[in-house]
Write a protein that binds this ligand. Structure first.
Ligand SMILES: *Cc1c(COP(=O)(O)O)cnc(C)c1O
Length: 366
């Protein structure tokens, strides 16, 4: 085969052990998965009820324009339907952006550590990846600006950033956008937007009136609790959307996925409830870290990255033996830290009790 040079050394995404495999291997009845930042409360009960009652014709292709879902999201965000593009998860939008703009000879600027898919997709397209280390755990927009040159096509800003959890505040973002050349696309990945409680969050949608080179990415996979349905969307100027649309597969969201979006969007009260539970869970982790003098990253998301002062792969393994799946910082470029999805009160208590024991056994905490 005549493989692209860029694809030759790549390894497939390692999804980790399945819940069933962990149950069998360690003889456990129950597994708590706090590794992928799904909503521990699940989705709105209205979506569940809808799915039980609805009848669809599964022989037909979905609406390629996703009209109902598009109108529901457009109304909710107060944007024009032609300002939206939908993907099979925002993951697909990342690859659409990359496919449309990146190639050998151009470069792309992103933070490190940040969401790994920006880099992976850029590498596949053969573009140069310019990674700019976070500064005080936040995007270093000055250094990112300095990394831009005439060959830069895309800048990725993940706000809140995965795996650290902090947002890019309004003032630095505005100053950055004012300087960036208008032919450079700035992607604002806001996968955790619905969990943010900080008052300093930029109203990114209002920026679209001023800048035609921004694409905002959001998803139904995190706070909405609908990761299984794979729906993410991009918001931008209609000209930008029109350019990306031909790169998108024609029927990239299923009939059921399209159908549940209006139901989910209509239940904003559910999201408010999820935010409250998340805030309470966040406090459990912060209290634990402070009591045990472990460093943590202040977070605006439903996950928290914190220090374990020992090999994080070892913590990952020991927690898995007790039925808790988390992410080791080693895999995220932050050794000696772990990233934990904030679960329900009981899940957080259970995990922290096990972690306390592990850290005591290692002499990390007393
Ligand atoms: C989870 C996540 C995504 C991808 O979500 P989809 O399920 O593909 O919509 C994108 N960006 C960040 C930062 C994420 O954490």
């Amino acid at each position: 085969m005549k493989w692209k040079e860029s694809v030759k050394g790549l390894k497939a995404y390692q999804p980790g052990k399945s819940i069933d495999a962990v149950k069998r291997e360690f003889g456990l009845d129950e597994i708590v998965k706090l590794a992928s930042n799904e909503n521990p409360l699940g989705c709105s009960p209205k979506v569940t009820a809808y799915l039980q009652e609805s009848a669809h014709n599964f022989a037909l292709y979905p609406d390629g324009y996703g009209t109902d879902m598009r109108n529901a999201v457009a109304n909710h965000l107060n944007v024009n339907p032609n300002q939206l593009i939908f993907g099979n998860g925002s993951d697909e939008l990342i690859s659409i952006v990359t496919r449309a703009l990146l190639q050998p000879g151009v470069n792309t600027v992103m933070a490190t550590p940040t969401f790994s898919q920006y880099k992976l997709n850029a590498v596949i397209e053969g573009a140069e990846v310019r990674e700019v280390p976070l500064k005080n755990r936040l995007h270093d927009l000055d250094a990112m600006y300095d990394a831009i040159d005439a060959h830069t096509a895309v800048v990725w800003i993940c706000s809140p950033n995965n795996p650290t959890g902090g947002i890019v505040e309004d003032a630095p973002l505005q100053a950055f956008l004012a300087k960036v050349p208008s032919d450079v696309l700035v992607v604002l990945d806001e996968a955790y937007f619905e969990y943010v409680t900080s008052a300093n969050l930029h109203d990114s949608i209002s920026l679209l009136n001023q800048y035609k080179n921004i694409l905002i990415l959001r998803t139904f996979s995190k706070a909405y609790g609908l990761a299984a349905f794979r729906v993410g969307y991009g918001i931008a100027h209609p000209d930008l959307i029109a350019k990306f649309d031909p790169v998108r597969g024609p029927f990239n969201n299923t009939v059921l996925s399209q159908a549940i979006v209006p139901v989910a969007v209509a239940d904003q009260a559910y999201l408010e409830q999820c935010r409250e539970v998340n805030e309470a869970g966040k406090k459990q982790y912060i209290t634990f870290c402070e009591a045990n003098q472990l460093d943590y990253c202040p977070t605006e998301t439903n996950f928290i990255l914190f220090e374990v002062k020992m090999d994080s792969d070892e913590v990952f393994q020991k927690l898995m033996e007790k039925g808790y799946i988390i992410r080791s910082g080693n895999a995220l470029g932050v050794p000696q830290y772990i990233r934990v999805t904030i679960g329900t009160k009981e899940q957080n208590e259970g995990l922290l009790a096990q972690l306390q024991t592990i850290l005591q056994q290692q002499g990390v905490v007393v």
